[in-house]
Ligand binder design. Structure first.
Ligand code: CA
Length: 385
């Protein structure tokens, strides 16, 4: 009787023991697999990688050029030398305008430059450098990292085996250097200007002729009269290229590049070969280099501007009618781009939607604050005429 009553209890204990043993065996097995992967990971974690970084900038160019140098240093330091990155300036391995192809084909593992240089191959790439009358640096960073912009950029470059990351921002640029004054929109006629990207098309539609010239050649092109005007960046980088020596008039604001964003591009296969920790290091090194560029330009632009003005540069504001013509033609160029192919349309819609939303808030934050500050503080720069 007693045994019969105990039978279900004994069965239960036996089942429980079986479950426990199976569980232990499963856990043990899982641990073996994990440690197996760990051992494999440990082996890979000792593996050394060497990457070449090619840029669209002349070697040792401050400002724009510092992003590649910073990235190389951050990655090499953070990885304890397991991933070493060596920087090559334009022309050392490939010319400036072949950086994208070099990374796509694996000639170099990583590149630094501006996406709008690839507009002939990928028209929608211009969204990731600058849209005339578009978003500022702060707004671009918001769109890229929290507004879906980066995911669309990845989709755009995926067919080329290239993974893009934000690569630094200059903030609002200057409209550029001109060898004569612009008094009205009529003065744009016949003007030859180094101005890339969508803004180049806008400039053509406004009566001028846009020319695409790499940074290393802009000084000579102005000096020899190949072009009449050049936009490069802003006071800090323009002074390092000596552009004040080849033109007298320095115009603002940079309608064409209100928050010009540079890019890091990584060969997809090279990225895939890295262990997870090095992939993370590459990713966070781009984020750090991206922010650092804006910090540096913010810190150095004014000092450079003061020095340019002291050396005789004539500061001028673009006349309102010039800005209006440029805006009207920007709108047309942007619509044509959005209608040119499905991915361009998708990116244009995302960009426009984010820009509209962020502008609404910036009306009552950034702009309202700057206006309020200007009301109570005396002006620091005489911007006449
Ligand atoms: Ca520029």
């Amino acid at each position: 009787m007693l045994e019969r009553r105990l039978l279900p209890v004994i069965t239960l204990i036996l089942v429980a023991l079986l479950v426990l043993i199976t569980g232990l065996w499963a856990t043990d097995r899982a641990q073996t697999i994990t440690s197996g992967a760990g051992v494999e990971g440990a082996d890979r974690s000792n593996q050394q990688f060497e990457w070449k970084l090619v840029t669209t900038w002349p070697k040792n160019l401050p400002g724009l050029g510092s992003a590649g140098e910073n990235f190389a240093r951050y990655v090499t330091e953070m990885s304890g030398g397991r991933l070493k990155v060596t920087v090559y300036g334009a022309g050392e391995i490939v010319p400036a305008f072949e950086v994208f192809d070099a990374v796509s084909q694996g000639v170099a593992e990583v590149g630094h430059g501006a996406s709008y240089y690839w507009k002939g191959k990928i028209p929608a790439a211009v969204f990731y450098t600058a849209v005339p009358f578009g978003m500022t640096a702060q707004e671009m960073n918001g769109w890229l990292h929290y507004g879906g912009g980066l995911e669309l950029w990845r989709e755009l470059y995926a067919p080329f085996g290239v993974v893009p990351f934000a690569g630094g921002s200059t903030g609002v640029q200057m409209a550029g250097w001109f060898n004569r004054e612009l008094r009205s929109a009529a003065d744009l006629k016949g003007l030859k200007m180094r101005i890339p990207g969508l803004a180049g098309e806008v400039f053509n539609a406004s009566g001028g002729t846009a020319v695409r010239i790499a940074g290393g050649e802009v000084y000579t092109s102005m000096q020899t009269g190949v072009i009449d005007a050049v936009e490069w960046v802003g006071p800090y980088n323009d002074r390092t290229l000596g552009l004040n020596q080849v033109a007298d008039y320095y115009y603002y604001p940079g309608w064409h590049e209100p928050g010009a964003m540079l890019e890091f591009i990584v060969n997809e296969r090279a990225m895939g070969q890295l262990p997870e920790d090095l992939k993370a290091i590459v990713t966070y090194a781009t984020r750090a280099a991206n922010q650092d560029m804006l910090d540096e330009f913010t810190a150095r632009n004014n000092e450079s501007l003061q020095s340019l003005l002291a050396d005789g540069t004539q500061l001028r504001k673009l006349p309102d009618d010039v800005l209006q013509v440029l805006y009207d033609n920007s709108k047309i160029a942007l619509e044509a781009l959005a209608n040119s192919d499905p991915i361009a349309g998708k990116i244009a819609a995302s960009y426009a939607s984010f820009a509209t939303d962020v502008r609404a808030y910036h009306e009552i934050s950034e702009r309202a604050y700057l206006n309020a500050r200007d009301k109570v503080l005396p002006p620091v720069l005489n911007t006449s005429p």
